[in-house]
Design a protein around this ligand. Structure first.
Ligand SMILES: Cc1ncc(COP(=O)(O)O)c(C=O)c1O
Length: 392
């Protein structure tokens, strides 16, 4: 299938803010998103304060800085700071939901077949001991309309379904799911929804109050490019009284006692809190770039990658060529073959980092496009894939 050519964007003027290794073509911001210089510097400045006088920093200065960072993040994701807490990653957030959510024998937790594998494991561990079940609903292939996706999900909801776990943007397939419509229908039916959102921050608008989900799990160290080890957990006010801290500590410094739900999460044991405190620097960085400009650039590059991959393979992606369905990641099927070995070869022979995934019996490549990526990176990927696919 040959389509009309897509003109790639000129390299972004923000690319120099990243100091990636020069031997690497890094097309995997979606798995692990390196921070730009201003974020690295902000983190280093917080670490400096911690390392030079830990007592003064942890006992006296941390609390106001933590509140300020949380307030800025809350503003960025459209909710009140009292609805969210910092956690190291989306995985930690999902574990909190699974450990807190009341499940009983016969209850069902419904996940789509595009969910992250570890998320499925988390819910299986929560369900098994109480006699609840995890069910998987297959989404339509290809996906073409919001109604089609919502109908597929809710045709699998039964009177036993207590919880629906849905990615905002899926990991193995890079699809932007219609979470707003899904949450609306779930509310109508009285089913709780946990959105797994680590890919969403910066790629798409996240407005938590408007979304009206019950829980939201996110990592800030993907597209938002905050330091590694920064994420958040959101609980809607209607759910906060159910939430338990998985890792119990003081919550708030004694002799105070935690009273609000989020106070159990302020102090969960000693950690380096610099990743959380540097989140505002990442938000500020994106304010300077402009979120619209970030999305325009990265989507244009992802669209270029997608078109070139389709031209190479002749295969059809899971979603239409529309920013409603994909943002900064191109996702295209590859001919059948060993996914792990192709990913290894791309790195070892071509110094390209891009995940090749085996999903539902087929092989796909996911190409992340951030501000430091450019058309030359995509052209080199296409050239390398041309060589390796011909060899298989
Ligand atoms: C959809 C999805 N959920 C959860 C995770 C886990 O994120 P983290 O490792 O930051 O906890 C990932 C990581 O890639 C993901 O893609």
């Amino acid at each position: 299938m040959t389509q009309s050519p897509v003109v790639p964007p000129n390299p972004s003027p923000w690319a120099h803010q990243w100091r990636l290794r020069e031997d690497t073509i890094y097309l995997n911001h979606g798995s692990f998103g390196p921070p730009p210089e201003p974020v690295r510097q902000a983190r280093a400045a917080w670490q400096e304060q911690l390392d030079r006088q830990p007592m003064d920093f942890l006992v006296r200065r941390l609390e106001p800085a933590w509140h300020e960072a949380r307030m800025q993040l809350a503003r960025f994701v459209g909710t009140s700071e009292d609805n969210l807490v910092f956690v190291p990653n989306a995985t930690a957030a999902m574990n909190i939901v699974a450990a807190s959510f009341p499940l009983a024998s016969g209850d069902e937790v419904l996940l789509t077949d595009h969910e992250y594998g570890a998320v499925r494991r988390i819910w299986e561990r929560a369900a098994r001991p109480v006699g609840a079940a995890v069910r998987i609903v297959a989404l339509p292939r290809p996906m073409e309309t919001v109604e089609q996706v919502v109908d597929a999900i809710f045709s699998a909801v039964s009177p036993q379904t207590r919880m629906l776990v849905v990615s905002h943007i899926t990991s193995p397939t890079a699809v932007i799911l219609p979470v707003r419509a899904i949450c609306q229908e779930a509310r109508r039916r009285g089913v709780a929804v946990c959105i797994d959102g680590p890919h969403a921050l910066a790629q798409v608008d996240v407005r938590l109050d408007d979304l009206d989900c019950d829980f939201y799990a996110a990592s800030c160290h993907k597209w938002l490019s905050a330091p590694f080890g920064s994420g958040f957990f959101y609980a809607h006010p209607r759910r906060q009284s159910d939430v338990n801290a998985v890792q119990l500590s003081w919550g708030v410094p004694p002799p105070r006692e935690p009273s609000a739900w989020w106070e159990e999460f302020y102090w969960s044991g000693t950690v380096d809190p610099s990743p959380y405190l540097a989140i505002p620097a990442a938000i500020e960085f994106f304010a300077q770039v402009g979120l619209d400009e970030f999305r325009r650039y990265t989507h244009a590059l992802a669209q270029y990658a997608r078109r070139r991959l389709i031209d190479l393979t002749g295969l059809t992606p899971l979603v239409p060529d529309d920013p409603q369905w994909y943002g900064s990641m191109a996702h295209v099927p590859l001919p059948p073959g060993d996914a792990a070995s192709l990913q290894k070869t791309l790195w070892e022979q071509h110094k390209i980092e891009a995940p090749v995934v085996s999903w539902n019996g087929a092989r796909y490549i996911r190409v992340s496009c951030h501000l430091y990526n450019n058309a030359d990176h995509i052209d080199r990927l296409i050239e390398a894939l041309g060589v390796e696919l011909a060899r298989e």
